[in-house]
Design a protein. Structure first.
Lengths: 317, 298
């Protein structure tokens, strides 16, 4: 029964995943289609840069070549065909293939994201565990204060403060640019503090929720010691929501990376996005938007399927 | 016996029931409410008063430049110092509160209304509508909020109106999901089934049974959406996609002051602190509100 049920649910999940991906690409194309400005002129100007404004014939030729004047659905069909084959075209500004530019920038963002996740998590997990283990202690109060203040700190401001204190006044670390590990420390700490504060709040609430479960009373009466109760039962029960959150975190880190990368003048997907939006480089924008959306949706579904494995009770709903 | 209502009497009676609800619940709770949440209410009132005051009167003119007093340090005349054009930072922060807090209020309210309507339709109408609305919500939800907001404002043209549109487009889904989940539950309750059997018109069931049951949870999410939006607005303005620099928005002020940060750190510190304190106050308000509502339910 369980396996059949599982396959049925997995099929439904896949079907809705496909629908959502279709919706995602449709929305992306809709934005491109209704963006103000003449796209053929923009392509012509970008392609033959430095030759003044493009001639009317050239613009007309590009219009025919790219099919910009065709009906909406026809354009969407051809566009989606390319996207499915992961062909995002060439950048309007540099004329290089979008996928190459994107992959080279993705590495830097991943470095930043992973390091900040490690920094944040390695502090958040012990902090929240101690805070639940010893309620109303100093550390508990500290964790509560940290999580509510941290949620309110604007990350660009924190980045500027870090630059001011550690790079300008103390001259310990380089402020801008990328390349070495030293360049990575300040941005990763900025993003890591955000991970730390949001995760402390969440993990703490998961643990609190788990420690309110009724079966713990029974275990206590049976004579299970508080240490075993905490380590074996409470932490275990908080694990499922923790995994869910970890998956979604990766997607949110991409979002946080945008601001941090701009503040610290690093390369990466975030600053690539900001630059391409400023120069209206549509192929790159589309690539990043679709990448982030697909990542988010896929992680979301993967997490859900993983949850079914850990906790088969959720299948029966 | 089914009564024959018209839409006007319905609206009137709806407001009356809201007042009735307030009269029943609030007097009993007011004392404990004031006692338990007095500090945060005072803080909130203080800042709300400041924002209100800043809208009508400020110590200096927020856009008047004074090049004799460029990048002045904090002093008795200019509490938070002056910026690179000699404008008083305290004045600009007060004035900018209207932008940040006011725009965020508009965005989160619009998001709440749109999300609630879609969530109600999805939850209370048939499976087809539900499927369509929820897949649409999922599709919108798939884009990370900030990335979508940057792209939409950037493509439409970076200015305040486009930023507001973009932020509304990325903020309604949270409400839709919440309302739909709540509606699913209400749909199975006896009095809703009874109303359906009695052929009570749909809008009546919505306003009498669904709305009163979901409105409080929506308000809780609405406060957190409000504070998130303040962060988004100042973040977008900082990146150059929102309110444009001559205006005294907090993020735009930071963007403006960034080049002078090393010689005059007060240009950068105070606008950021303003964001921090405002968002923190709103978050704490939301937490208290949630606690209070949970206590009410018990």
């Amino acid at each position: 029964m369980t396996l059949n049920n599982f396959i049925r649910l997995a099929l439904i999940k896949t079907a809705s995943l496909i629908l959502v991906l279709l919706g995602v690409s449709f929305l992306t194309f809709l934005l491109y289609y209704y963006a103000p400005g003449d796209k053929a002129l923009a392509i012509a100007n970008a392609r033959y840069i430095g030759e003044g404004s493009a001639s009317a014939e050239l613009v007309e030729q590009i219009r025919l070549e790219t099919g910009i004047d065709r009906p909406f659905l026809v354009q969407f069909y051809y566009w989606a065909q390319d996207i499915v084959q992961l062909d995002f075209g060439v950048s309007l500004v540099s004329q290089e293939p979008v996928s190459e530019i994107f992959v080279s920038q993705l590495q830097e963002t991943l470095e930043l994201a992973i390091l900040s996740l490690v920094i944040g998590m390695s502090l958040a997990i012990p902090l929240s565990m101690i805070s639940v283990w010893k309620p109303k202690s100093f550390i508990d109060r500290f964790a509560i204060a940290l999580s509510s203040v941290g949620a309110a700190i604007p990350s660009y401001w924190l980045g500027l403060i870090f630059i001011f204190v550690f790079a300008a006044k103390l001259q310990l670390l380089p402020a801008y640019g990328s390349g070495s590990l030293a360049h990575l420390i300040l941005p990763a700490s900025t993003l890591g503090l955000w991970v730390l504060t949001s995760q402390t709040r969440l993990i703490r609430s998961f643990l609190l929720e788990a420690s309110a479960a009724p079966f713990l009373e029974t275990l206590k009466i049976r004579g299970v010691g508080p240490k075993e109760l905490f380590c074996r039962h409470i932490v275990r029960h908080a694990f499922v929501p923790f995994i869910t959150m970890l998956g979604l975190d990766l997607a949110f880190l991409l979002e946080g990376a945008v601001i941090v990368e701009v503040v610290f003048a690093r390369g990466g997907v975030g600053s690539l996005l900001v630059h391409s939006v400023m120069s209206r480089d549509f192929p790159i924008i589309q690539c990043i938007v679709i990448f982030s959306a697909v990542t988010y949706v896929t992680i979301n579904s993967a997490v859900e399927i993983f949850q079914w494995f850990i906790n088969p009770v959720s299948l029966q709903r | 016996m089914v009564h024959q209502p018209c839409i006007l009497t319905e609206i009137m009676s709806y407001f009356m029931s809201v007042f009735a609800f307030r009269n029943l619940v609030l007097p009993v709770q007011t004392k404990t409410l004031l006692k338990k949440h007095s500090i945060i209410l005072l803080v909130f009132g203080f800042f709300a008063g400041l924002v209100f005051l800043g809208f009508f009167m400020t110590p200096y003119n927020p856009v008047e430049t004074n090049f004799l007093n460029r990048l002045g340090s904090p002093s008795w005349q200019n509490w938070f110092g002056t910026d690179q054009m000699g404008r008083d930072i305290a004045t600009r922060i007060l004035y900018g509160a209207g932008w940040s807090v006011g725009l965020a209020l508009i965005v989160s309210t619009a998001g709440a209304v749109i999300g609630t309507i879609i969530g109600l339709l999805a939850g209370s109408l048939g499976r087809l509508v539900d499927g369509f609305c929820m897949r649409m919500t999922d599709s919108f939800f798939a884009f990370p909020e900030l990335i979508a907001a940057i792209v939409i404002t950037g493509v439409l043209g970076p200015n305040t109106i486009n930023m507001v549109i973009a932020l509304i487009l990325v903020s309604w889904m949270r409400f839709a999901r919440l309302v739909r989940a709540l509606t699913e539950d209400i749909k199975r309750r006896d009095y809703v089934i009874q109303a359906k059997l009695n052929k009570i018109p749909y809008y009546l069931v919505l306003s009498r049974h669904y709305l009163p049951n979901i409105i409080l949870s929506v308000v809780v999410i609405w406060t957190s959406s409000w504070s998130r939006t303040i962060l988004s607005i100042s973040g977008l303005s900082f990146l150059g996609f929102g309110v444009q620099p001559p205006q005294a928005e907090w993020g735009a002020m930071l963007l403006d002051g960034k080049p002078y940060m090393l010689s005059a750190p007060h240009v950068m510190i105070f606008p950021g602190l303003a964001v921090l304190i405002t968002v923190l106050t709103l978050n704490l308000m939301g937490d208290h509100l949630r606690d209070h509502l949970q206590a009410l339910e018990k």
